[in-house]
Design a protein around this ligand. Structure first.
Ligand SMILES: [Cu+2]
Length: 68
């Protein structure tokens, strides 16, 4: 299992938390997604055999946020 913390721009409220956590948690191979609003980061645990970091970034960007 890989563990990564991404910086994500544009998250400002609980709606954003739900949008990001909801979309990423639906992805196959993701076992944990946790948004930290205070520092604008997202902690993600995932299995490299099932999903790439790029696919996770795309899911976040599809919700309207920028992975930096
Ligand atoms: Cu929001």
């Amino acid at each position: 299992m890989e563990s990564v913390t991404m910086k994500v721009d544009g998250m400002s409220c609980n709606h954003c938390v739900n949008a990001v956590e909801g979309s990423v948690s639906k992805l196959q191979g993701v076992s944990l997604v946790k948004v930290n609003l205070e520092n604008g980061s997202v902690e993600i645990n995932y299995e490299q055999a099932h999903i790439t970091l790029e696919q996770i970034k795309e899911a976040i960007e599809d919700q309207g946020y920028d992975v930096v």
